[in-house]
Write a protein that binds this ligand. Structure first.
Ligand code: FDA
Length: 378
């Protein structure tokens, strides 16, 4: 073996694929029973509807290198992501755009009129002086839109009143003064035609790549553990950086999600893939209806059944899946301390969202793995 990769998410698999193509013998281990990390998906058995097992994954990128690379393993559908939100029993389009504003104020503002209105409403606070997330939100879009679409949703995401959250949690709140409600601004977007797992499996399908699942790097009962491998073989580590150092500099904090999945005996529950729930009286943040991610599969998917997943957000404990870095001041200083420790490790390369304590979209994880391969490993 020339290279050991801990974690079979997009970061680990991209390194594995590049290394194998360059003639190196690679072993990828993952503690989960499946490959693909958080991008893994599986068909719900009763309906055959593809469900992203760790939350909805929409591929989008403006990076031509990444786009060329991912197209070696999968074709993409022409799916375009759009999100709606329910507030006080009425559905509005997101991100906040001219349609949202005109519906909310029951008006027919032109782009310039809407801009002037939001500017006037936002004058209540100066974003530079905002003492907390609430003041920052009001400074960016004004109180009425903030209270309707941001306040309670943010409180649910963080289990914290936005008045008690730091202003830095949001840097900007995009408002579009057109009716364009495409969620992503990227050059390319779409979903893998035959699903995420087929894509991920193709990346690992090379005679130079061996994948060992249900194998934890810190389990000394299995031979490819940390003690036995560091210093013996180059290691790309994509698990949590604090876990690698046995939490020596404290635990980095994460938010996690709970998913409540249900098969409903109806053809269509909400008419779209993602519906957010903006208000405090609904405990979940959003509902995904997975058949809407693949309208092109209408002839294969049942017409009398659908799969919905309600999503709840909360702080993670060590036993939970870490999803979004919380990034408090303590987390940032902890991360710097871990980066120092990482420099002392012989031939261990920390990458991916867990290894660098960073939220990374898929195209970013793939792009940074390609850079690591080209600049440090090749
Ligand atoms: P990833 O977490 O996928 O893989 C790390 C792997 O390491 C895991 O499989 C884990 O089991 C393994 N591992 C950890 N510790 C180990 C140990 N001790 N021993 C062995 N293995 C170990 N992106 C996007 O572009 N569009 C989107 O819509 C979304 N949506 C989305 C929703 C949610 C809820 C989340 C949390 C994330 C997204 N993402 C996303 C981001 C996407 O999931 C992310 O870019 C990739 O997962 C990054 O791949 P990594 O390989 O870095 O980590």
């Amino acid at each position: 073996m020339d290279l050991l990769i801990v974690g079979s998410g997009f970061f680990g698999l991209t390194i594995a694929e590049r290394a194998a193509a360059a003639g190196r013998k690679v072993t990828v281990i993952d503690r989960r029973h499946h490959i693909g990390g958080n991008a893994y998906s599986a068909n719900e058995p009763e309906t055959g509807i593809e469900v992203h097992q760790y939350g909805a994954h929409l591929f989008h990128t403006s990076n031509p290198t990444v786009w060329e690379y991912v197209n070696r393993f999968t074709d993409f559908t022409s799916y375009v992501h759009r999100v709606y939100t329910t507030h006080k029993g009425v559905v509005f389009p997101l991100p906040i755009n001219l349609g949202t504003i005109n519906q909310f104020f029951q008006a027919a503002y032109t782009p310039d009129q809407a801009k002037a209105l939001v500017h006037e409403l936002a004058g209540e606070f100066d974003a530079k002086d905002a003492a907390n997330l609430e003041e920052k939100g009001i400074a960016l879009i004004g109180r009425p839109l903030y209270e309707a679409f941001i306040r309670d949703y943010t409180a649910k995401q963080w289990q914290t009143d936005p008045k008690d959250l730091p202003a830095e949690v949001i840097s900007r709140l995009p408002v579009r003064y057109t009716y364009d409600n495409r969620y992503f601004n990227d050059t390319w977007e779409g979903l893998p035609v035959d699903g995420y797992t087929a894509w991920l499996e193709r990346m690992a399908d090379h005679p130079n790549i061996e994948v060992k699942l249900s194998t934890d790097y810190f389990d000394e009962a299995q031979p490819l553990n940390k003690k036995a491998t560091v210093g013996q073989v180059p290691v790309v580590y994509t698990g949590p950086v604090d876990r690698y150092f046995d939490y020596a500099e404290g635990e980095l904090s994460w938010r996690t999600l709970d998913f409540e999945q249900e098969v409903l005996p109806i053809g269509d529950f909400q008419g779209t893939s993602v519906m957010n729930y903006a208000d405090a009286d609904v405990p979940y943040t959003r509902i995904h209806e997975f058949k809407h991610f693949h309208p092109e599969r209408a002839d294969r998917y049942p017409t009398d059944k659908t799969v919905v997943v309600r999503e709840y957000s909360r702080f993670a404990t060590r036993a939970d899946e870490p999803y979004y870095p919380v990034n408090t001041a303590d987390d940032r200083s902890g991360l710097l301390a871990y980066r120092e420790l990482a420099k002392g490790e012989s031939e261990v390369y920390f990458g991916g969202r867990l290894g660098t304590y960073q939220y990374l979209d898929m195209h970013m994880a793939i792009g940074s793995a390609l850079s690591m391969w080209n600049n440090q490993l090749a």
